[in-house]
Design a protein around this ligand. Sequence first.
Ligand code: AMP
Ligand code: MG
Length: 326
Amino acid sequence: MNQPLPASRPTKLLAADAPGITDAAALLCAGGLVALPTETVYGLAADATSGAAVAGIYAAKERPSFNPLISHLPDLASARRQGLLDANALALAQAFWPGPLTLVVPASPDCTVSDLARAGLPSVALRVPAHPIAHAVLEAAGRPIAAPSANRSGRISATSAAHVLADLDGRIDAVLDAGPTEVGVESTIVACLDGAPRLLRPGGVPREAIEHVIGRPLVIAGDAGHAPISPGMLASHYAPAARVRLDAEAPDDGEAWLGFGPDAQEYPASLNLSPNGDLREAAAHLFGYMRRLDETGRTTIAVARIPEYGLGEAINDRLRRAAAPR
Ligand code: AMP
Ligand code: MG
């Protein structure tokens, strides 16, 4: 099957001034996609609290898999509403925010970051960026903003508005043009989940500087002798407790059912990812619905066939991982 392109729309060029910042924030709050400058590269921003908006990021980038995204916030206080920062995380935030450090922490009970942006994990990745324009947009938007690099999957990261347009013109609502970004490195990612902080990705803040603040060596994720003890310890994957059976026509006796598309049948313990067969809606519901069906205690979740185009590719990638023998 050919992959239909995401709906085409005119991409606005916004200036890095007060009206441009206001427009960018308004577009984000309305569920739109806006490329924003950060201190590293241009980020493709969307409302992290909206699964549908986050699904739009994957559609525009044509990314074939869902991994958890970093939620950007204007300050430490708003980050603490989303995640539970232990003493190490707090010390690191105070030392390096705003700046190129991402903290992976347990999501707070009041966390508003969507399941899709967290890829179904109980943790959340938080960062307070230093770029003044990004900061102003985050402040105006008043909610966490997900923003992976603003390029199509497999292409190089965009360091100017022109680069963004070369990849994403007609696929996103706007680019906020603040000139070329300094080609920096990505943010350093440190997980502070339970006990020893772990380095998940090296980046702009050097390891030594982090170790100086926490007063101990960082555990390097994947080091021998440090097997990950929870899925959130690595950029790992949400896995349901139930077995997952793919490409099912219907649930067998006792199975939970995850449907897709206009399906007249009603089953006990069933949810439909998108009754209209909309892959973007299905992506937005995927993790939350899997978790809800898992919570029914059924030992198997049977899943309807999902088309293998557009966001279906990423949805199927995730479902195959969930179905893989463990
Ligand atoms: P980026 O493309 O720069 O936004 O990178 C996001 C990175 O953060 C990826 O490597 C993710 O796997 C990682 N990440 C985000 N959230 C989590 C999380 N909850 N647990 C572990 N890794 C995460
Ligand atoms: Mg990238």
